[in-house]
Design a protein around this ligand. Structure first.
Ligand code: GAL
Length: 936
């Protein structure tokens, strides 16, 4: 069988071992290589491995990179579907094949040493030749491969040739929900192996939380000595158990590392050791004797121009962003990350679930027929993958669990992986979500269950398994959500309901939001491309853009919300201020607590709180007359490696003085004195000379990805009900005292249900006041409305918005914890949230008043008491029709929505929909707003 269609994962490779750097010489083989792409294997050039081959006509390609992102071939996105027939282990004949060549010099000083050629990641299958000698082949795209090359290496010029196939038997094991991208996408190195070099080592650094002692032993392949200066260990035998008093343990919160040196006859290795012990006991997952709570995310490696070929700067940026948003855990979905990422996790502090490069999800579509997980012919490939992950990453304190992979059904090959991992490394529990009965895992893990089910699991009262023994085992396990809260588009909604359960039930040890970053590809015409934008035959559209970060790593509102919901310090403002520590290990001495008093959003006093034993007296507050809020913030008192002093960790607000309700003055003037109304339709057409398309009832929003949903789709119901195409019929214009009353019936074609909308216009001093009354008629049942409120349009020169209400970011019914009451100002453009696929966004909640202005003045809108506000340069229909941000073109108007409410967001793009309490049902409702002209 051809190697690329072989069940065997590789040949000619060295045994897997830890990733480490030492003082042994190495040659970096990253950089510019010669490259040639052929559409099939048959078309690939012959003899390319021959050192004398003439590659002068070839292109150049950077290593590491993906060829599809450097002008060769095209990316393709599928979630579950394999983009080739299910015909294992055969790849299709149309198998793009990239040939790589480069020359390099080896100094004379390497003479007498062995050498290893190391590839950190090649997608999906490759064969390598050095100086014309075939070294072997390998699969396992996100796993390292090493070849012994000492025999064939020579001083001076050497020629390395690598043939990479996009598809291989290995592709059947790599059906992760992501772009299919090929090539040598991680580093390539040549590492000298001096005589007496250390092949491999395994650091065992435990912490006994009862005695405070550390134990340290480093198993090595050749005799080695260990030095840890700080602990008084100097050149001691490495493989002896050293018991160390007074060790400071490692945790994600306090990532204490000890520098060490491991020395053999041949080389010296610098280590960073973290002491920690991971156990599952009393049904809980504990680190250093304490239950830990994961505030996690799933992280794919992603960069909008480089795909999965990440720079160290990008890896660091990811971790800094996580730490700054209170995230303490990462699942490396769904493959081991670049090894440097884990070093940074050790250093900066994150709990890591290291997940193996394995997914066979596409077999789900054929009822799991032929699933490799249950086919013994694939056993060796499965074991190969877990070995290469565990051996590479075993020395990282941050890695606290091994995950077998993702969505690969069930089968004995997975069980074999679990058994191997446990026997090689008893110090880490094993995770795998698709083992539904949790028979061979140490943690019960689920994705996207609704809150009520999580609550049952929290009480260990979940639905029993048929097999009593299996049930007892699973019921005794700790529980995590390896995925929840699908962050696709606008959302996720409903984070806090999960968090409350994690905090209430010790068994619920937190979760990992799906996912960290949108995998949008930077595109010259489309902004960011997603599935289908490269002409793929099969694709899953924008399902690939479902992250808490936009592709350029700007935090989305979802991340800001998550930060707030998971904050590790809870501040409650009452008669006193109570500060609750929700860290697992850290005290609060690294935080300073500040307060600020704002009247109508303007700071009137501020200071620092004196917190003792988790309490601080309320500061003495000056008298105010307008609506007044007290904000208390927990900020870093000093710089941390991941943020500067002053960085906000947590906050809370309390209303100190409510707004004084306006007392409506008698109507002295008629509405027509302040505004012009269309005599036929009764619509306002100008206000103090400012042209307006007067406000009228609006029910529609551009459906979010969560409205569109995966299983339950509220969008489908909305369209079926015609909520995107309602018409307004005038019932009458009349006078009621000083009021101008316009009555309308608002309804879509082909239905008898409607909304009666009555607009009552009156004046109040120089303000034109509008009371909207809405009455649903006919059978609306439980159909939630997208939104309920008013839409109007203003001239396009309106460019700036200032408001007093929640902000600065957008907020929706079930995603509003992060929006605080204050006074904010932004341009209209800044108010838009750039979801990669355009959809409803930018709602500002609980707005008391807003001014919308431009060079010619503008409009002030005051709520009685509040309204929700959206301002944009296109309509909801334009948003709905747009496929990419570049489809949104400003026109000559600015559209303004003043809402009573909108439906919540939920997370139905993959998971449960909007919780009942956040559904906007059709009920009689009213909204009061007053308009006044703002002069230029
Ligand atoms: C999960 C899967 C992830 C991703 C997610 C939806 O089922 O594990 O890889 O596909 O759904 O975005």
């Amino acid at each position: 069988m051809s190697y690329y269609a072989d069940f065997a994962p590789g040949s000619g490779r060295r045994f897997p071992r830890a990733a480490f750097t030492s003082d042994a010489p190495r040659i970096d083989l990253n950089g510019v290589w010669r490259f040639h792409l052929s559409p099939t294997i048959a078309a690939a050039p012959e003899g390319m491995h021959d050192p004398g081959f003439d590659d002068s006509g070839w292109d150049e390609l950077a290593v590491p990179s993906h060829w599809q992102l450097r002008g060769h071939g095209a990316p393709a996105y599928t979630n579950m579907l394999y983009p080739f027939p299910l015909d294992p282990p055969f790849p299709p004949d149309e198998n793009p094949t990239g040939d790589y060549r480069r020359e390099f010099e080896v100094p004379e000083s390497w003479d007498g040493m062995g050498a290893v050629l190391r590839f950190e990641g090649v997608d999906s299958c490759f064969k390598a030749w050095l100086n014309g000698h075939e070294l072997g082949f390998s699969t396992g795209s996100r796993l390292p491969t090493e070849f012994d090359v000492g025999e064939v290496l020579r001083p001076g010029r050497n020629v390395l040739a690598v043939r990479v196939h996009q598809w291989s038997a290995g592709s059947y094991l790599e059906d992760q929900d992501m772009w299919w991208l090929s090539g040598i996408f991680r580093d390539v190195q040549l590492i000298a192996r001096p005589p007496g070099a250390l092949d491999d080592f395994f650091v065992h650094a435990g912490y006994d939380h009862v005695t405070g002692r550390g134990t340290l032993r480093v198993d090595t392949t050749v005799p080695a000595t260990l030095t840890v200066e700080e602990l008084g260990l100097r050149d001691v035998p490495a493989d002896r158990e050293h018991v160390l008093d007074g060790v400071e343990p490692w945790s994600a919160e306090i990532p204490r590392l000890y520098d060490a040196v491991l020395a053999t006859e041949g080389e010296r290795v610098r280590l960073r050791i973290g002491f920690r012990t991971v156990t599952v006991e009393d049904g809980l997952l504990k680190v250093n004797g304490k239950r830990v709570l994961f505030r996690g995310v799933n992280r794919h490696e992603w960069h909008p121009r480089d795909g999965r070929a990440l720079s160290e700067a990008t890896m660091r940026e990811d971790i800094l962003l996580m730490k700054r948003h209170n995230i303490n855990a990462v699942r490396t979905s769904h493959y081991p990350p670049h090894p440097r990422f884990l070093e940074l996790c050790d250093e900066l502090g994150l709990w890591v679930i290291d997940e193996c490069d394995l997914e066979t999800h596409g077999f789900h579509d054929v009822d799991w027929r032929g699933n490799p997980s249950a086919d013994p012919r694939w056993r060796e490939a499965y074991l190969d993958r877990i070995r290469r992950m565990v051996e590479r990453d075993k020395n990282h304190p941050s890695v606290i669990m091994w995950s077998l992979g993702n969505e690969s059904g069930a089968g004995d090959n997975l069980r074999a992986m679990a058994e191997w991992a446990r026997s090689r490394d008893p110090g880490r529990p094993v995770h795998y979500e698709h083992d539904r009965d949790s028979r061979y895992v140490d943690v019960y893990s689920r994705m996207y269950p609704p809150v009520d089910e999580v609550e049952q699991i929290g009480r260990r009262a979940e639905k029993p398994l048929d097999d009593a023994e299996a049930d007892a085992h699973r019921r005794g396990l700790p529980f995590i959500l390896c995925e929840y809260a699908h962050a696709m588009g606008n959302g996720p909604g409903g984070l806090s309901e999960y968090q409350e359960l994690f905090e209430r039930h010790p068994r619920c040890q937190g979760g990992f939001v799906w996912e960290w970053i949108d995998h949008g590809i930077a595109h010259p015409e489309l902004g960011y491309a997603y599935g289908g934008d490269f002409g793929e035959e099969l694709h899953d559209g924008n399902f690939v853009t479902d992250g808490l970060l936009f592709p350029d790593r700007t935090p989305s509102p979802g991340l800001i919300e998550y930060k707030k919901v998971i904050e590790p310090v809870r501040i409650t403002i009452g008669d006193t201020i109570v500060i609750e520590n929700r860290y697992d290990f850290r005290d609060l001495s690294h935080l300073a607590f500040t307060w600020r008093l704002e009247e109508e959003g303007v700071t009137v006093a501020e200071g620092v709180l004196d917190v003792r034993d988790g309490r601080a007296p309320l500061p003495r507050l000056p008298a105010t007359s307008g609506e007044t809020w007290l904000t208390v913030r927990a900020v870093l008192a000093a710089d941390e490696p991941w943020a500067s002093a002053g960085h906000e960790v947590a906050w809370s607000q309390a209303l100190v003085r409510p707004a004084v309700r306006r007392t409506t003055a008698p109507h002295r003037r008629s509405p027509e004195d302040l505004g012009t109304f269309d005599p036929v339709t009764g619509r306002l057409v100008s206000l103090g000379g400012l042209p307006v398309d007067g406000p009228r009832l609006d029910l529609w929003r551009a459906p979010t990805d969560n409205d569109i949903g995966m299983f339950e789709s509220v969008e489908r119901e909305w369209r079926a009900a015609g909520l995107h195409r309602v018409r307004h019929r005038l019932l009458g214009v009349s006078r009621d005292g000083g009021e101008l009353v316009v009555r309308t019936r608002v309804a879509p074609a082909a239905h008898d249900r409607a909304m009666l909308a009555t607009y009552r216009w009156s004046t109040e001093e120089d303000r034109l006041q509008l009371v909207l009354e809405v009455e649903p008629i006919g059978d609306w049942e439980d159909l939630p409305l997208p939104r309920l409120g008013l839409r109007m349009a203003l001239p396009g020169w309106i460019s700036r918005v200032e408001w007093f209400g929640r902000g600065p970011g957008e907020a929706y019914a079930d995603s509003r914890r992060a929006a605080r009451i204050g006074r904010f100002a932004m341009t209209v453009d800044e108010m838009q949230t750039p979801y990669v696929r355009p959809q409803e966004n930018g709602n500002r909640a609980d707005v008391r008043w807003a001014t919308l202005t431009g060079e010619k003045g503008g409009l002030r809108i005051a709520g009685d008491p509040t309204f929700d506000l959206t301002v944009r340069r296109w309509t909801s229909e334009d948003l709905d029709a747009a496929k990419h941000l570049t489809d949104l073109v400003p026109g000559d108007k600015v559209y303004v929505n003043l809402d009573i409410a909108q439906n919540g967001l939920g997370t139905a793009s993959c998971g449960p929909g909007v919780l009942p309490q956040y559904r906007l049902l059709a009920r009689p409702a009213s909204l009061t707003v007053a308009f006044s002209r703002v002069d230029a």
